[in-house]
Each structure stands twice: as C-alpha cells, then as structure tokens.
Design a protein around this ligand. Structure first.
Ligand SMILES: [Zn+2]
Length: 102
C-alpha cells in the first residue's frame, strides 16, 4: 500500500464519532468508508472507489422519454491518495510461466 491514510482517517473518524455519541451508543452497527473495493488482481490500489452517477430516461421509438429512469452508474478508481497525494502503483504485472502442451 502506498500509504495508510485510509486506515488512519477511518480510525480518527470512528474515534471522533464515538466520543461525540458517548454512552448513547448501545450497540455498534458499522463503521468505515462506503464504496470499499476488493481488487482481485495483485498490486497497490485505493481501498475505496468514487461512485459516478449517470441516470437518464431512454428514448422510446416515438421519441418520448420512458417514464422509468435507467442507471448507468460506474465506479472510478483513484490513482492518487486523496489525503496525502501518494500515487498508487496499480496492478502488478506478473510473468505467467508457459508450460509445454498448453
Ligand atoms: Zn495517503
């Protein structure tokens, strides 16, 4: 990991909110960033993605918009840490051994 800012910020947020809530916190639900990502390839990536929202009404054959909204949202991976600016190196390039007969 290029840096540990996400862990540090999450820890600070969690502590700050717990301090404000104090004894009113009866039982914990969740604490953490939304849009956490699991990148299956090896490498160095931001642990959170930005969600880009794109919603629209498709055009019907008669030219009028559909009443139902269509979602074409996507997730954007950050190439740099938004807290300290350190670059994430991205996916690791690995040599795949070639075996005879394959
Ligand atoms: Zn950072």
């Amino acid at each position: 990991m290029a840096c540990n800012c996400f862990d540090k910020v999450a820890e600070a947020c969690d502590k700050q909110i717990r301090d404000v809530i104090g004894s009113d916190l009866a039982e914990m639900g969740e604490s953490g960033f939304e849009n956490a990502v699991w990148v299956m390839s090896a490498g160095d990536h931001a642990p959170v993605s930005l969600k880009y929202r794109f919603r629209y009404y498709r055009r019907r054959k008669n030219g009028e918009p559909e009443t139902r909204q269509t979602k074409s949202d996507t997730a954007i991976m950050m190439r740099f840490c938004p807290f300290c600016g350190t670059a994430f190196s991205g996916s690791e390039v690995r040599d795949v051994p070639v075996r005879d007969g394959l």
